[in-house]
Design a protein around this ligand. Structure first.
Ligand code: RB5
Length: 148
């Protein structure tokens, strides 16, 4: 899988899993842009979802990884940006489909929901799978242009 710059951000609900994944991704040759949080203090997950969304929007990374306790809140935060397609994933099939069908640019995990080994496998699938395009392209385009 080609080396990429991956932005990563989390809240206190997933610090241990984030630290594990930073080490793992670096061992695979990826460059990591770690946007925190890097201590045990209680923080607000929207702040970290927004930081990561801004980093991708500004071209500082090609892919993102977000983690909070459930993965839910930080997904909602990041998906408020039209440039972000953040997929909360619990298994390898979901990770693969998030790329093939949805062209997801951010993968999301719940630190209280998934273990480190499965998280690594999901991450590998996410980073090595291409978007299929074709019939999926128009659908993905519509995600960037919701009716107001
Ligand atoms: C923090 O306790 C928790 O609410 C947060 O990590 C996340 O699960 C929110 O969706």
């Amino acid at each position: 899988m080609p080396s990429q710059t991956i932005a990563i951000a989390n809240d206190h609900g997933a610090l241990a899993l984030k630290e594990h994944m930073v080490t793992y991704l670096k061992s695979k040759g990826h460059k990591i842009l770690d946007l925190g949080v890097n201590g045990p203090e209680s923080v607000d997950y929207p702040d970290f979802g927004y930081k990561l969304a801004e980093a991708l929007k500004n071209g500082k990374a090609t892919r993102g990884m977000l983690l909070c306790g459930s993965g839910i809140g930080i997904s909602i935060a990041a998906n408020r940006f039209s440039e972000i397609r953040a997929a909360l994933v619990h298994d390898v099939t979901g990770a693969r489909l998030s790329r093939e069908h949805n062209d997801a640019n951010v993968i999301v995990f719940g630190g209280r929901m998934i273990g480190p080994d499965l998280c690594q496998e999901c991450s590998d699938a996410f980073l090595s799978t291409s978007f299929e395009g074709g019939r999926h392209q128009g659908r993905v385009d519509k995600l960037s242009n919701p009716p107001v």
